[in-house]
Design a protein around this ligand. Structure first.
Ligand code: FES
Length: 260
């Protein structure tokens, strides 16, 4: 059997093709320099494949910390796109750069001294009223937040609505990088969510009760026992614990009521 014939073995050919597919490389441009990287990688992994080492601009790798804001453009397209490097997969001929930090204005305040009055936000961020409602911030948000609407809510003094609309904000700063009025929307929203959570939402009474119970030492003994359990046994206890069912009603109680 010749070498050529051997290569016609369907099993071997399939393996070879699979390897070729797995190794298919596509061109991308990182800060203007061309690299070839395997398709299917996230921008972050592609940059690492190309030799970059992340010492900043990378945190959770899971789309929640906002450290990896990235801008990119495709050939022949005027539009500047935004993405999180840890989430977006590379596309052929992308031109990209990361904006891991944006030097936006962040107001200084003693949170305990603030009230829930909208004027607190106006005083700390007077530039809020520089918003010209161009909506560039919304278009730049990789989280799909209606950024301009949340800013409009803040201007109207509706802190609760601004907090609700901006709930998915991960502080990447891409909105600010595109803002005509030079607003630091993400810092303003963080203040709104803090005020809403601490000074507008009613206190959870059951939580205060539970904290009191913990402080009284009700769980000290069991916690102490658990600290001395071996890791395997601890995992077993955790896996076999009685968990609250997804569709449990308000009156659900575990069978073991010793720790209620
Ligand atoms: S690394 Fe945290 S959002 Fe991308």
């Amino acid at each position: 059997m010749s070498v050529k014939e051997e290569n016609k073995n369907p099993a071997e050919t399939a393996v070879k093709e699979k390897k070729q597919i797995a190794a298919k490389l596509i061109p991308i441009y990182i800060m203007g320099k061309r690299y070839e990287v395997p398709e299917g990688l996230t921008i972050m992994k592609a940059m690492e494949y190309a030799g970059y080492k992340f010492i900043r601009g990378c945190g959770c790798r899971g789309g929640t910390c906002g450290a990896c804001g990235t801008v990119y453009r495709k050939p022949g397209d005027y539009k500047l796109q935004v993405a999180l490097a840890c989430q977006k997969t590379v596309e052929p001929d992308m031109y990209m750069a990361q904006i891991p930090f944006f030097p936006a204005n962040r107001a200084q305040y003693e949170f305990a001294d603030l009230t829930s009055a909208p004027e607190e936000v106006f005083k700390l961020y007077p530039e809020l009223f520089r918003c010209v409602a161009c909506n560039a911030c919304t278009k730049a948000c990789p989280q799909g937040i209606e950024v301009m609407d949340a800013i409009a809510a803040l201007k109207q003094g509706n802190i609760a609505e601004a907090a609700r609309l901006s709930f998915d904000c991960i502080q990447c700063g891409l909105c600010t990088s595109r803002c005509f009025g030079e607003l630091a929307q993400y810092h303003m929203f963080q203040l709104a969510r803090r005020i809403y959570g601490a000074k507008i939402l009613p206190r959870a009474e059951h939580l205060a009760e539970m904290v009191g119970t913990i402080n009284e030492g009700r769980y000290d003994q069991i916690l102490d026992e658990l600290k001395h359990v071996k890791e395997d046994e601890l995992k077993k206890l955790y896996q076999e614990r009685e968990a609250e069912p997804m569709a449990a009603g308000e009156d659900w109680k575990p069978k073991d009521t010793r720790y209620l």
